[in-house]
Design a binder for this molecule. Structure first.
Ligand code: NAD
Length: 296
């Protein structure tokens, strides 16, 4: 049994914390949203009165917050969790944030004598609930070894990608591939429609030919060929277009900071910003095919 402080128990953090509780760990939770906190307390957590309160007297602190500014605030502000934790506490940040913030917070944790892992996830709310998330980790081998038994409770694939920030780097590289490939697959299906080529025929050919990719074979943006894909339930998310737009913006920030040429990543970021700004933020990201088709 490990004593864990869990800060940010929203759509992802809530089920992650519940899986830790179900595995026999003692979880003290904090969230600015009383509704999110109450749901986690109902699942067996103890309520903390602040982030610092959740981080004191525990062995491991896990944060699952919206963006870099929230993570910097919770860790680094006056009254932040680095000042409240006991010596030897391990910090794991599973939020998806910019690489610079991840490295800045890990550096501050290191200077305060703590080990820290950035450990963003993929797999969405379904993966969080089922305990099948993929964790992409950045930090030391030692921090990874300490975190692994807990990450194993919440996930299925746990990878150390290198030093601090590399978990976030892996996450945005992956999602840049995903965003660009979903747009490419969507363009191909819409062009097929105009050329009189049946969706299923294109799928049967491309899914076993050189156009094969995850956006085609696991998350097909037209209904029919992949029955589990959101296209079959009116693009109910899944992974929202707003989340994809966020990750593509993070990828562009990172690309600019290291002068990486990512013209397709930039185009994908622009397409998803347009889609989000047209009121589709909560739609599944594969719904972008509707905009490509010229629908609303
Ligand atoms: P969410 O908005 O449901 O949850 C975030 C929670 O953090 C909220 O309950 C909010 O009240 C709380 N919070 C914000 N600031 C806080 C603070 N200062 N102190 C305490 N609590 C605070 O978001 P989510 O969907 O759970 O996503 C969390 C992170 O996971 C994000 O970085 C997101 O990009 C990433 N992510 C989400 C998904 C997904 O499918 N939802 C998938 C992969 C990664």
């Amino acid at each position: 049994m490990t004593r864990i402080g869990f800060i940010g128990v929203g759509n992802m953090g809530g089920p992650m914390a519940r899986n830790l509780i179900d595995a026999g760990h003692e979880v003290t939770a904090f969230d600015l949203s009383p509704m999110a906190l109450d749901a986690t307390v109902a699942a067996g957590a103890t309520a903390a009165t602040s982030a610092a309160d959740a981080a004191s007297g525990v062995e491991v602190v896990i944060t699952m917050l919206p963006a870099g500014q929230h993570v910097r605030g919770v860790y680094l502000d006056d009254g932040g969790i680095l000042g409240a934790a006991a010596a030897g506490t391990l910090f794991i940040d599973s939020s998806t944030i910019d690489v610079d913030s991840a490295r800045a917070v890990a550096k501050a944790a290191g200077e305060a004598g703590f080990e820290m892992l950035d450990a963003p996830v993929s797999g969405g709310v379904g993966g969080a609930e089922a305990g099948t998330l993929t964790f992409m980790c950045g930090g030391s081998e030692d921090a990874f070894a300490r975190a692994k038994p807990l990450l194993d409770v919440m996930g299925k694939t746990i990878v150390l990608a290198g030093p601090s920030g590399n978990g976030q780097a892996a996450k945005i590289c992956n999602n840049m591939i995903l965003g660009a490939s979903m747009i490419a697959v969507s363009e191909a299906f819409v062009m097929a429609e105009k050329l009189g080529l049946d969706h299923q025929k294109l799928f049967d050919i491309s899914s076993t030919a050189s156009g094969q990719c995850w956006a085609m074979t696991s998350y097909c943006p037209v209904p029919g060929p992949v029955p589990a894909s959101p296209a079959n339930r009116d693009y109910q998310a899944g992974f929202t277009a707003a989340m994809m737009a966020k990750d593509l913006r993070l990828a562009q920030e990172a690309a600019q900071s290291v002068r990486a040429a990512t013209p397709l990543g930039a185009a994908a970021a622009a397409v998803y910003s347009l889609f989000e700004n047209a009121g589709n933020g909560e739609v599944d990201f594969s719904g972008v095919i509707r905009m490509i088709r010229g629908e609303k």
